[in-house]
Design a protein around this ligand. Structure first.
Ligand SMILES: NC(=O)c1ccc[n+]([C@@H]2O[C@H](COP(=O)([O-])OP(=O)(O)OC[C@H]3O[C@@H](n4cnc5c(N)ncnc54)[C@H](OP(=O)(O)O)[C@@H]3O)[C@@H](O)[C@H]2O)c1
Length: 259
């Protein structure tokens, strides 16, 4: 039996990309799942598929917009008994809109990035850590980014949110150092998901150009590392992981082959 068998994993942003791939891979390990996002129909489709392949795990699919603190608290308060004790929280929901320079950034877009990428992660963590402390077990895994290590033009606000994830991860690890709760961060480079389509407001051609001439990471590459991080023995904490496709060296240094 693997170390993750029977553990309960709470995933934000499970309707697509890295979150969805993580749900699939945690299910393979025999974990019970709380899958959340704004698009409930996607979650229900994922639940159905996973439940067919894994009839013995418990899956709770619930709509959650992490920008809304009252929704976070309600979802946590109303967790079914089977999954009310969360072992792993994967703070994955996140997004970027646009590549505008700071002087052109719209207020609504700033608010959405700050409240999704920072506030959501903070308040969900806040809602779950007290019970983890009571139970003497728990693992918070935050999805940061290379954008949280190195700023770039056209990414001021997104980079700021991911620098915040980096700071929050480190501060929380210090605050919880005298507990068995682990705090980890995984920071991907270019991963081919819906992320760029969201960034370019649905313009698929612009989104595809981001990955032109390179072999980007795929969601399953990151999910594998998330599951690996969660599956280490209880005394081992992977604090921080920076992961690139092979032809990426930092936020903007990418070697592209001409096609
Ligand atoms: N792809 C990359 O190149 C890359 C690189 C570094 C870091 N990351 C980070 O990886 C994480 C996952 O991104 P991804 O690449 O998997 O992108 P994705 O395919 O666009 O998935 C993003 C997920 O976040 C959810 N989400 C967005 N806003 C939300 C909100 N307000 N409340 C709840 N859920 C919300 C989306 O679900 P709904 O729309 O259904 O709510 C979706 O499930 C993000 O934190 C991102 O910043 C991505």
């Amino acid at each position: 039996m693997g170390r993750l068998q029977g553990k309960t994993v709470f995933i934000t942003g499970a309707s697509a990309g890295i979150g969805e791939a993580s749900a699939r891979q945690f299910a393979e390990e025999g974990c019970n799942l709380i899958i959340t996002a704004r698009r409930l129909e996607k979650l229900e489709g994922l639940k159905k598929k996973l439940q067919e392949g894994h009839p013995n795990i418990y899956i709770h699919a619930v709509q959650l917009d992490v920008q809304k603190v009252d929704q976070i608290n309600k979802v946590v308060a109303e967790l079914p008994d089977a999954v009310k004790d969360v072992d792993v929280l994967l703070n994955n929901a996140g997004m970027v809109i646009g590549v505008d320079h700071l002087v052109d950034v719209e207020e609504a877009v700033v608010d959405q990035m700050l409240s999704t990428n920072i506030k959501g992660l903070v308040f969900l963590t806040k809602a779950l850590v007290p019970r983890m402390k009571e139970r003497g077990t728990g693992h918070i895994i935050n999805i940061g980014s290379v954008a949280g290590k190195q700023a770039y033009a056209g990414g001021s606000i997104y980079c700021a949110t991911k620098f915040a994830v980096d700071a929050i991860t480190k501060a929380l690890a210090i605050e919880l150092v005298d507990t068995p709760i682990r705090v980890s961060q995984i920071c991907p480079g270019l991963v081919n998901t819906e992320f760029s389509t969201v960034r370019f407001r649905g313009d698929k051609e612009k989104a595809d150009n981001v990955y032109k001439g390179i072999q980007p990471l795929v969601a399953d590459d990151i999910a594998e590392l998330i599951v690996f991080t969660a599956g280490r023995p209880a005394h081992v904490n992977i604090a921080d992981m920076l992961v690139f496709p092979v032809n990426q060296a930092d936020s903007k240094t990418v070697y592209r082959r001409s096609e």
